[in-house]
Design a protein around this ligand. Sequence first.
Ligand code: GRG
Length: 313
Amino acid sequence: MADSKPASGYKTAGGKAAAFEIASYLKERAALVEAALARSVAAPDGPAGRLFEAMRYSLLAGGKRLRPVLAIAACEAVGGAAEAAMGFACAIEMIHTYSLIHDDLPCMDDDDLRRGRPTNHKVYGEAMATLAGDGLLTDAFTVLARSAPGVPAAVVIETVAELAEAAGSAGMVGGQVIDLLGEGRALSLEELEYLHSKKTGALFVAAVCCGARLGGASQAQIRALREYAQALGLAFQVVDDLIDVEESTENVGKRTHKDEARGKATYPSLIGVARSREMARELAGKARHALAGFDHRAEPLRALASFAVERKL
Ligand code: GRG
């Protein structure tokens, strides 16, 4: 499926050497994203300086940077240059960060801690936190539209549309609504999977498919990568539910043990911890299987599938 252009920045030797190369690949790409994110939001000057400060406070607070690294890895898996997907990678992380800020507000989950620090509204107040989220969401599309060097305009337009759809009422926002309306109500496994395919999965699918499209992927490659991302997104969510049950607030940097308290249906509550762990590993296997037609340049995507289920935060 993928052609035979040389790999950039990682090798495929077996065993520990390969694991090391993948680890340094992921670290390097995350560092590139970090630097690009810092350039994506203006410095906190001028009359609206406090807004930019609030936006940077949450955006530059760390986080795993999983969605942007997935986008870059997908772009490179099909032979594209990381630079072609960098604007998109920043855009999707800005949108993800906005969703976290809004999700933490008193009118939603009412959380005090995120990414190891006080939530945005705890520091800047509810009005400014709402606006910081709005700023990140809207500016994400400026960053995307203005920074895809060498990518045909039609591909950029398709990427804008796919990202907006994944983030909006048909995707993440719709998923959040289904989640809100389902609180305190018993959900079936199918309902839970549907909810998460929107709330969490849609951004994972957009990260991978848009990253690949910006790298010049064929339709067949995008179809296979969509399957990869759907399985990965669900595995990620199952593990998110497990982390909420098994980890401490201090280790994770956000409040844990809250799903049960809020009466939320989760994988551990529906099928138990052991079966949830098994399910996450099966889904990661499914994700890796979807990459069967790709060459060594998809190694980072394979490694990211393993990371998503073995992570502890
Ligand atoms: C408010 C429109 C709106 C949407 C909120 C994403 C979301 C929808 C809510 C966040 C709460 C939550 C637990 C979502 C499910 C999994 C998830 C998205 C976890 C956070 O993502 P990570 O683990 O976070 O990638 P970091 O901080 O590492 O980027």
